[in-house]
Design a protein around this ligand. Structure first.
Ligand SMILES: NC(=O)c1ccc[n+]([C@@H]2O[C@H](COP(=O)([O-])OP(=O)(O)OC[C@H]3O[C@@H](n4cnc5c(N)ncnc54)[C@H](O)[C@@H]3O)[C@@H](O)[C@H]2O)c1
Length: 438
């Protein structure tokens, strides 16, 4: 008999949780959405219209849902970073397994509280490390695990955050201040990359970390002469500015619609005039990028040492012309180097034969192989593949190489929290064993 669909409640019906929930539309025999918890009435109404569950399954918060007891197998928790742990603890206590957004905590202390609760209650918690599911990283991991390049000596990874992404997220937007989102830029943007680093060295413990970084560009003393406070209100140099709100949001109204136009969600089809006026007068995204209240870094470098003596570096740089994630793994018998944006990597092998080339090279082009994002959405196709594995995780069915439990996510998160301590305190930090608090 075919397995019954897993039932789930959306917790925090924002753009991420609704995207994961859309898997129920693609694969109704695997996932059924049966309720929603969100303080915003409109978001509850939209979720209900989308998935057709009864009104009594709409709740004003995760806490109110938990107080009702368990109405589904799982909760898809897409609340903001600092709400992940406070909203998840009552859900775990009520009996829910969780698909939980990253970063799943904003400090080591919070992280351990969640891990200990999940362990004690025996709940399944999967963190949305969507990049593990991008065919690019899944195929690289498969080859590393198969020993194709021997033992990994060093990894250098980079995340190039585009100029428009850094501006919308980390200068003008929701992740621009510690006291607002409670995450650092490293944790909100690169906990994926740190997770990938831990994953590529799976079974080998990261033991120490050091990090440097700063807000280099978006500070008041670097503002261009004559700049105003708002691009469309009082700025005479808007036409030549690379960070003009008109160029970033009005000229590309769909690119960052979840952030730039969230405050107009209540308007069905806002007119260009309404959007212009909103950007001119009240939207935080209409502010001069050099005159915001941002206090997070715009670039950061991390060095990690592993227990077997191997090392890894991660360079996160905001303000790049082209967004990309790159990885270069060097092993004892070969190397893998690629770009996620291009969905291509090469595998090189040492070939010390007399008279021949020094190395062989195999090019792997996932675009050509046809295994690209397709119907499976963003993050290199990772978003909805992850939900498929969550369903299999809950049904105790065989999962993909990418499947990650809460315990797996601890290593990468610890690296990130401690890298930020290193950056703030100017010292190298020892990483405690991931099974225990420091
Ligand atoms: N996996 C990824 O690659 C990825 C990408 C982008 C964002 N994220 C993460 O996803 C998360 C959500 O981001 P978003 O942009 O979708 O957020 P969002 O602001 O659109 O949605 C959050 C929702 O939570 C609701 N909420 C607030 N308090 C609540 C409570 N107590 N109970 C239930 N709901 C509550 C809000 O009303 C809101 O609708 C963030 O943590 C973000 O860092 C992950």
């Amino acid at each position: 008999m075919p397995a019954k669909p897993v039932t789930a409640v959306i917790v925090g019906a924002g753009h991420r949780a609704m995207l994961y929930a859309s898997y129920a539309k693609e694969c109704p025999d695997e996932l059924r959405i049966v309720g929603v918890a969100d303080p915003t009435e409109r978001r509850r109404r939209d979720a209900r219209a989308e998935f057709g569950f009864p009104a009594e399954n709409c709740f004003e918060s995760a806490e109110a849902l938990a107080a009702r007891g368990r109405i589904a197998d799982a909760a898809i928790n897409g609340t903001m970073d600092h709400q992940h742990v406070p909203t998840s603890l009552p859900l775990l206590a009520a009996g829910y397994d969780l698909l939980l957004e990253k970063p799943f905590a904003t400090s080591e202390d919070e992280m351990w509280r969640l891990v200990e609760a999940a362990r004690r209650l025996g709940r399944k918690v999967m963190i949305c490390h969507v990049l593990r599911y991008a065919p690019f990283y899944a195929e690289i991991r498969r080859r590393v695990a198969a020993g194709e390049i021997g033992e990994v000596i060093n990894m250098h990874c980079a995340e190039h955050v585009s100029y428009h992404h850094v501006a919308v997220g980390f200068v003008r937007g929701k992740w621009n201040r510690r006291d607002q989102c409670h995450s650092t830029m490293l944790m909100s943007k690169c906990c994926h990359d740190l997770d990938l680093i831990a994953w590529m060295k799976s079974g080998v413990r990261p033991v120490r970390v050091a990090s440097f970084g700063s807000n280099f560009q978006f500070r008041p003393e670097k503002v261009l002469p004559r700049a105003g406070t708002r691009c469309l209100l009082d700025c005479p140099i808007e036409p030549e500015c690379l960070y003009s709100a008109k160029k970033h949001y009005l000229d590309h109204p769909r690119r960052w619609r979840f952030y730039a136009w969230a405050a107009l969600e209540h308007v069905k089809n806002p007119t260009p005039e309404q959007m212009y006026e909103h950007m001119r007068t009240e939207s935080p995204y209409g502010r001069c990028a050099w005159k915001c209240d941002n206090d997070v870094v715009d670039h950061q470098s991390v060095v990690v040492g592993f227990a077997d003596g191997s090392t890894a570096t991660l360079n996160m740089v905001g303000g790049c012309s082209k967004a990309d994630r790159t990885i270069h793994l060097i092993g004892t018998t070969g190397e893998i180097q690629g770009s996620m944006e291009d969905e291509r990597f090469v595998v090189r092998h040492i070939t010390p034969a007399p008279g021949g080339p020094e190395f062989s090279e195999e090019a792997v082009d996932l675009k050509v192989a046809g295994d690209t994002t397709g119907a499976f959405g963003g993050h290199g196709g990772g978003d909805l593949r992850l939900v498929g594995d969550f369903v299999r995780f809950l049904r105790d069915e065989p999962r993909s190489v990418s499947c990650t439990s809460l315990e797996d996510s601890v290593s990468g998160h610890l690296m990130g929290f401690l890298a930020d301590h290193s950056r703030e305190d100017g010292r190298m930090v020892e990483i405690p064993r991931s099974g225990a608090r420091a």
